[in-house]
Design a binder for this molecule. Structure first.
Ligand code: RB5
Length: 142
């Protein structure tokens, strides 16, 4: 499993927690920035993560900003991206099983680090169901 992760200033601290957690689990993590809490533009970093996914450099992506909303909106503009904003484990599991989501978006001003890491683990550990009805519905997205 290879994860690519990016953030803006609002998500920087939570991103560090996620990288530490995933690395301790033995998961390969590529961090595309940002690299501090100085104000920056989140679409720059969502584009780096979506490119990593569409170019096959990572299996799943994680994007963290203040709310997770801007990251999710900008990521979903890109072809082949299915980004999901999840702040609970039910949604994280369902979006992998039903939507084959390839990017998890998190809002660091919405969720605490304890639950965020559980959401990350659920997202990373849940496979797509491969059910025909879900494949059909996903094919109808574009
Ligand atoms: C930055 O202040 C904030 O707008 C950003 O982190 C994110 O929440 C946007 O959706």
């Amino acid at each position: 499993m290879r994860i690519i992760i990016g953030c803006d200033h609002g998500g920087y601290r939570l991103k560090l927690d996620i990288i530490k957690h995933l690395t301790e689990r033995g998961i390969e993590v590529t961090d595309v920035g940002c690299d501090d809490e100085k104000s920056c533009d989140y679409p720059v970093y969502s584009a780096k993560v979506t490119e990593g996914i569409t170019e096959g450099k990572a299996d799943l992506g994680i994007l963290v900003c203040g709310t997770g909303i801007g990251m999710c909106m900008s990521a979903n503009k890109k072809s082949g991206i299915r980004a999901a904003l999840c702040h609970d484990t039910f949604s994280a599991k369902a979006t992998r099983e039903h939507n084959d989501a390839n990017i998890l978006c998190l809002g660091a001003r919405v969720i605490g680090p304890g639950l965020a890491l559980m959401v990350v683990d659920t997202f990373v550990d849940t496979p797509f169901s491969q059910d025909e009805r879900h494949i059909r519905r996903i094919s109808m997205y574009s």
